[in-house]
Every structure is written in structure tokens, then in C-alpha cells.
Design a protein around this ligand. Structure first.
Ligand SMILES: [Zn+2]
Length: 287
């Protein structure tokens, strides 16, 4: 059994054939954690989890969906949704949702994303402040719910690390989580590992060089994920025909390529990677 710890089967990209994609995950004995990015997709993730035995859900507000007047948000077609202006984090709504299903295993994806930011120092600072505020509020929510977190961080290592560190210092009971889509260097990886976090590895390993981290990181601290419909592994991309938008859509079964690549880089067997990373995910998410 394999656990794809980060998928978005709740996204619009699967509207036309979601059932078939889910059937393929079942046939391949893959369990998926379906990750919400805002209230609407979090709700969809919970619905999918309730309908399918092999799907679990994570709920949270992704930093790029936080309401802001400082930057014009770009809507992602494959994600879908009705809130192009962003969402104000409403903890009570998420807590209500959290109570609705036993299949919610994490809070996420939450975090910091400074990749797109407004111009001007003052505006930039305000923009970051808001993201930090919402991130901390959701870490507090995870603490309340006694759930681990799925962290998204982009061009924001220092703030992410410092916030996680102080959260853990403030609450000894804080469940840890995973740094999803890890792309940093080995020094940064070590800092997260010291805090007790796992590293989520996906198709980005074909595009950015994280070889040193994968070679050095103990296997019992790695989780595998697809982040589908995004980040399609290169071997799949090479064989498939791109869709009308120029992309080859990713899906949970392709997580096998990530496992193979990790096995190759660490010079160990495919089955060993499956066994240990599945154990890791079970342990962290209580599956
Ligand atoms: Zn994601």
C-alpha cells in the first residue's frame, strides 16, 4: 500500500473523470490525502473522503487564497472556485467543518508564499504580516484539533521556520507535520527535521535539484506525494500527450515514479521506500 500524502482530487481538473481517477487509485492500492486550499475545496475534500474509503481529507486556507487588497490574485483554472477575491480566514467555519468528519487527518495546506508580492516595502510588509497572522491562527487551530499540519512554503524559509519553532515552543503538545513540496537545500531540510517535521517529496525533484537532501535525509522522515493535478513526474510527461492548456495532468498513481526516483537516488529498493514512507504517513496522520 502507498499513501499519496498530497493530492487535489477535489479540484476542477478532475470534474470530467474523477470517478475513473479514484478507481485507478483503488486498483493500485493507493490511499490519498486530499488537501483543501480554501473553504470550498476543503469542503470538497471532506465530501470525497466521506464517499471513498481510500481517501482522507485535510482542511485549511492556503496563503495565496487569503483575502488581500495589496495584490491582484490570479485564478487557477484547474482549481476552480468562486472566490477570486480571496478568503478571510474564519476559524469557526473550519472548526465546524472539522467536526463533520472523522476522516479529516490534517490542517493544510497552510503556510507562507512570498513568490508573488506587491511592490513597495510597506505594502510588502503588510502582505507578509497578513499571511503570518493567518498561518499562526491555523497552527493554533491544528493545536486545538490535535491534528498535524501540511505546510506550504515558498520563498519564505526564515519566517516559516521561526513561526513553526515558536509554535512548538509555546505548545509542547503541538503535533508536527510535513513541509510539503520540499525544494530547499540540505541545511534548510535539517532545520525542519530538527523541529520534528517530515519532508514531502514530489515531482519537483525532476525540475529542481534536491538530490543532496534526498541522499542525506533518513528515509523515516520522508513522505511521498504528487500534488496532483500539478507537478507531473517527467517520465509521465515524456510519454503523454499534453492537454489543451499545454500541461499533462498529474494523478495519484504517478506517485510510483517519485518512489522509484527516491529509491534510485538512495540506492535502495523500491519496496523499501514504499514500506517506510507508508509507515511514516500512517504514523503522522494516524491512518
Ligand atoms: Zn497542494
Amino acid at each position: 500500500m502507498i499513501i499519496d500524502t498530497h493530492s487535489h482530487l477535489n479540484f476542477k481538473a478532475y470534474d470530467s473523470d474523477r470517478d475513473e481517477v479514484i478507481k485507478r487509485t483503488q486498483e493500485n492500492e493507493i490511499i490519498c490525502i486530499d488537501v483543501g486550499t480554501k473553504y470550498e475545496t476543503s469542503k470538497n475534500a471532506v465530501e470525497l473522503a466521506e464517499q471513498n474509503e481510500n481517501i482522507f481529507a485535510s482542511i485549511g486556507l492556503h496563503p495565496i487564497h487569503i483575502k488581500t487588497d495589496l495584490l491582484r490574485l490570479r485564478m487557477d483554472e484547474s482549481e476552480g472556485g468562486f472566490e477570486p477575491l480571496g478568503e478571510e480566514f474564519d476559524k469557526s467555519k473550519y472548526l465546524e467543518l472539522a467536526k463533520s468528519s472523522k476522516k479529516i487527518v490534517a490542517v493544510g495546506e497552510i503556510g507562507l508564499d512570498y513568490y508573488y508580492k506587491p511592490k513597495g516595502t510597506a505594502k510588502k510588509e503588510l502582505f507578509k504580516q497578513k499571511q503570518k497572522q493567518v498561518f499562526i491562527a491555523q497552527l493554533e487551530m491544528a493545536e486545538e484539533l490535535n491534528l498535524p499540519v501540511i505546510v506550504h512554503t515558498r520563498v519564505a524559509f526564515d519566517d516559516t521556520y521561526n513561526i513553526l519553532k515558536s509554535q512548538i515552543t509555546n505548545h509542547k503538545s503541538q503535533k508536527r507535520g510535513v513541509i510539503h513540496c520540499f525544494v530547499g537545500n540540505w541545511q534548510e531540510a535539517q532545520k525542519y527535521l530538527e523541529l520534528g517535521f517530515y519532508l514531502g517529496i514530489n515531482g519537483v525533484l525532476y525540475k529542481q535539484d534536491i538530490t543532496e537532501t534526498i541522499m542525506n535525509c533518513p528515509l523515516d522522515r520522508i513522505l511521498v506525494e504528487t500534488d496532483c493535478p500539478y507537478l507531473t513526474p517527467l517520465p509521465v510527461e515524456a510519454l503523454a500527450k499534453a492537454g489543451p492548456d499545454g500541461y499533462v495532468r498529474n494523478e495519484p498513481i504517478f506517485v510510483k515514479h517519485i518512489i522509484q526516483k527516491i529509491a534510485d537516488l538512495k540506492n535502495i529498493g523500491y519496496d523499501q521506500v514504499v514500506e517506510i514512507t507508508t509507515q511514516n504517513a500512517k504514523k503522522l496522520f494516524g491512518i
